[in-house]
Write a protein that binds this ligand. Sequence first.
Ligand code: CO8
Length: 258
Amino acid sequence: MAYNTLIVEIEDHVALIRLNRPDALNALNTELLGELAKALRSAEENEKVRCIILTGSEKAFAAGADIKEMSEKTFVEVFSSDLFGPEVERLLNCRKPIIAAVSGYALGGGCEIAMMCDFIIASETAKFGQPEINLGVVAGIGGTQRLTRFVGKSKAMDMHLTGRFMDAEEAERSGLVSRVVPTKKLMEEAMGAAQKIAEKSVLTSMAVKEAVNRSYETTLREGLLFERRLFHAMFATEDQTEGMGAFLEKREPQFRDK
Ligand code: CO8
């Protein structure tokens, strides 16, 4: 499928989705978000794809929602169309693992989309921020909720109230990103992580996603029970027999997603 605002490649069971509006630092406009939703659906439906990488350019992952496009909108328009709601749901509902590979600016909606991915690998030049306050609005697709869970209240308040940017080193120290690598190595590192994931059973990856994400939505007791039941359920799969059998036979497992 051809896209105007994305470049999508599939290589070694990994779908690489690159945001591609270079003239606007990958600002998220309606067209890009619609195409992103389509690309995610298509990656999810493609049986060859076992992991997804979402990335931007070296200068910007995404500098936020497209301010030019948003500036003329009225309350009635954004409320009645549920602006950004359906596209965000598509990202959240994706059951295959998604890695955000972030270089340069990840601001506003860009930071929020990176946080919706399963984990973030950042280059040394990455800059995260929720500068919506400078535009007279607040974050709209999870920034106040997710950033607070990642980095705690004090830092989240600081970021949202002052609009300052957080560099990669601070982001790693604060738990926002899982790894920081030199800019030139970003895609190699993300691809390496994606290929590691692609070797596992897709069933197990999906179960891991559900269990970890559940920890944000429920009490500890309910989350632990959910995890235990999922653990039990995995014993109904051939991949559990294969994984444990391969360990005992001292060989690499061959998972078949069954
Ligand atoms: N929207 C539209 N255009 C943008 C955006 C944006 N968010 N960011 C940059 N651009 C454009 C600039 O207008 C400029 O275009 P042109 O050359 O035609 O004037 C081009 O990209 C390059 O930008 P700069 O010249 O400004 O580049 P600098 O290197 O000087 O500065 C910055 C880079 C610091 C990133 C600066 O561009 C900036 O501050 N951008 C805006 C950041 C921002 O405020 N983001 C938050 C937007 S609001 C938001 O995201 C709300 C989230 C709610 C839901 C989101 C759902 C998707």
